[in-house]
Design a protein around this ligand. Sequence first.
Ligand code: PLP
Length: 488
Amino acid sequence: MKYINTRNSMDKIESSDAILKGLADDGGLFVPEFIPKIQIEHLIGKKYNEMAFEIFKLYLTDFEDERLKEMINKAYSDQFDSDEKVVLKKIGDQFILELFHGSTLAFKDMALSILPYFMVEAKRIKENNEKTIILTATSGDTGKAALEGFKDIDGIEIIVFYPEEGVSEIQKLQMVTQVGDNTHVVAIKGNFDDAQKAVKNAFSNIELRKLLKESGYEFSSANSINVGRLIPQMVYYFYAYMEMVKMDAIKLGEAIKVSVPTGNFGNILAAYYAKKMGLPIEALICASNENNILTDFINTGVYDTDREFIKTMSPSMDILVSSNLERFLFEISGRNHQLINEMMLELKNNKQFSVDKELNKKIKEVMIAGYSSEIETKDAIVSCHKETGYLLDPHTAVAYHVAKKQGNEILTVSTASPYKFGISILNSFNENTEKMTLDEVNEKISLLSHVGIPKSLENISYNKIKHDKVCRVEEIEKIIKEILKVEC
Ligand SMILES: *Cc1c(COP(=O)(O)O)cnc(C)c1O
């Protein structure tokens, strides 16, 4: 299996190179040269780790089988508080796939627990002795999951940029208290889009890369622009499907609908790849919060970023420029490099692009789009709790609300533990949290959810703050040089 660049048909590299590079030199994204098929019958009776192996070996063909197995078993082990890593629950007339049982309490752990192993192994395969700098922009959850995954790994330095005012209190605390000698966390004055754009620009800055190269450094990414993030995210869709078969909710081969709370479009893209591999999914429901640019795009064919950036109670989805949409458009357009270049240039120059009617029709054949307003999200949290006793986090509540409108028995992907967004949840129940300590908030969430306080949060407000840098967006490259101590 080789990897090709969405923007340049001449670029073709191995998976280890694609993982190490993260982003192509021209800003394009690496995608598998073809989407392999899998017989789902082969997955019957397999455990999560075994399914991961079956899928990884189709995509990571320059990695040895034995090494893959080792990496999987190390990555998906005790850090997860559930034996089978992910948990499928029947809640009322819907299914909820809990993906937040990893160490940082969000679905980002599913991929970021293993990406560091992929990267170290890729460096070994390529005999690469450069120091790898992981540059990461985060809307809240990627940052912490990447920091945990990469902390204290030899030959790797990680720098995370998060929007100073754009993450929850727990998300911020998780990041600023991060331990590890190779971890760096910087708040930026701006939103996630600003952070993501600045990081992508740093990547594509030839001068900067040359300067770093002279000091033995090279960039890679832990964002979902890295194809090494995408591959692990396909596994849980297969797993969930097989669990539904096991529960007798569906027969093997019967098609399901999946609702995904979407931001940067990575998670739903993994579901789309799973469908192309042969998983019976009849509709992918792309659920947005009030930053509903994807809803508009799917429904009208026009992607227009010239709109207000809204801060919502589901901050990890507060995004207007969804990177992975490019990969989806590449597939759905029949892998048209030229069209992708035109659209991305349009986006850069005019802050918008559009697809023609025919392409829009094709998109609508696989995707249903909807969004949840802030009031609807709060209502979903409260009414689901009242009706079923289950406590949704605000991101999951967005997808749950949109799913409910499409019918019953839909698989809704749950991306975060309610503990990460306790204040917003309590506010949804009209509780005044202004005078509450974090411990009190957690206590209340434990009463509502009937799930004990996660170990990693027990003392978080007493942990030492290790990262207090703040910078403006324009200063990102300067900060990178300062952190790495390279002079120009
Ligand atoms: C990242 C994130 C999302 C959005 O996922 P994408 O892959 O960026 O679309 C949704 N919910 C939570 C809790 C997240 O951390």
